[in-house]
Design a protein around this ligand. Structure first.
Ligand SMILES: [Zn+2]
Length: 352
């Protein structure tokens, strides 16, 4: 008899749940989808590429395989003339994620997100549109057998609450996160209050994803952690945001042009910085930790190892002691080292 698979709640009670996201950016970099519209059409056109990235994140230690349905909703698909492929894309994305997750005993998450349709100037009409979008996507995820739903990158509490209501109606756990580009939600709530309200309405995990890098996300996370009693999520982008540029939308290149979304390379954080973030978030009591747009598999492994885990790809974790130039002196090729970097400093071991 196979042991019963742990659900999200069991996992969160025991330890941090690590979640790799960032599929749109990574598959765009690899040439499988277009920046700008950012719709996940690779699911239908290049399913092997999507599967490969799922497998890579899994090798690096993700606990959850998130179905690639981000922006695979009616509004976005319609805007690029792909509305007729909406259902097929959602079903296939969940199937791809679940096949990878099931073969490794991981959880599969369905994924919905902000629709760009929620409009505070015509609340009732826009709520209907948004609810219909979420309802069909959640139904497709449920029919594919997901374990829970991630609803993310909201800038309005109102829209996030609709997502929560739809997910709860479907009987699944809900992870709901905001993208904190500014200090408050677009409907006027500080993020900690918005998260608290989601929690009071039955969200299983609440928090932040995307938009900010660790440095500018952590202070808001601290406020959320104080206000919320349950599980808190933190999935920053791996970019060097700071006081001048709190979110990656604000980052500018040296010529003043926008770095977002396809010229963010000068601001990418190292794997060590993402490992540091992971430990800080864990020490704050955050237990759903991950990474969003810009994530590379190497970041995910460093985050998993920062949690003390050995993952399949730990077999190839760096061992720079073995490097011929910067390694320890037993492995250094001294002649090359001195030619390329100059004489070794005098030290207790330098003659060995
Ligand atoms: Zn993101």
């Amino acid at each position: 008899m196979t042991p019963k698979k742990e659900n999200l709640s069991d996992k969160l009670k025991k330890d941090v749940v690590l979640v790799a996201e960032g599929y749109l950016f990574e598959l765009e970099r690899r040439g499988y989808l277009k920046a700008g519209p950012f719709v996940p059409e690779a699911v239908l056109k290049f399913p092997d590429a999507v599967k490969e990235l799922h497998l890579e994140f899994l090798r690096m230690g993700t606990d959850v395989v998130v179905a690639f349905t981000y922006y695979g909703h009616r509004s976005k698909m319609k805007s690029v003339g792909l509305e007729d492929q909406l259902e097929a894309l959602n079903l296939r994305a969940v199937e791809l994620a679940k096949n990878v997750a099931d073969s490794n005993g991981c959880l599969t998450a369905g994924n919905i997100c902000n629709t760009w349709e929620y409009d505070t100037s015509r609340i009732e009409a826009s709520e209907q549109i948004v609810r219909a979008i979420f309802t069909e996507q959640v139904q497709w995820a449920v029919s594919g057998g997901v374990d829970f739903i991630v609803a993310e990158t909201f800038s309005h509490l109102g829209e996030a609450l609709i997502a929560l209501e739809v997910i709860k109606k479907a009987g699944l756990p809900a992870v709901i996160t905001f993208t904190p580009a500014t200090a408050k939600s677009c409907d006027g709530y500080v993020w900690a209050d918005a998260c608290k309200i989601l929690e009071e309405n039955g969200a299983d995990v609440v928090g932040l994803n995307c938009g900010r890098g660790p440095q500018t996300m952590l202070p808001i996370l601290a406020e959320i952690r104080q206000k919320v009693s349950g599980h808190v999520a933190a999935l920053p982008v791996p970019y060097r945001t700071g006081n001048q540029s709190p979110s990656f939308f604000d980052l500018r290149l040296s010529d003043g042009k926008n770095a977002f979304p396809v010229a963010l390379d000068p601001f990418v954080l190292t794997r060590y910085e993402m490992a540091e973030f992971t430990m800080r978030a864990r020490d704050m009591g955050i237990n759903y930790i991950g990474i969003c747009c810009g994530a590379g598999p190497h970041h995910v492994r460093a985050m998993a190892e920062a949690l003390g885990r050995t993952v399949p790809a730990s077999e190839y974790s760096p061992n720079l002691d073995l490097h011929p130039i910067i390694g320890n002196q037993n492995s250094q090729k001294k002649l090359y080292r001195e030619c390329m970097l100059g004489p070794l400093p005098d030290g207790p071991d330098s003659d060995e």
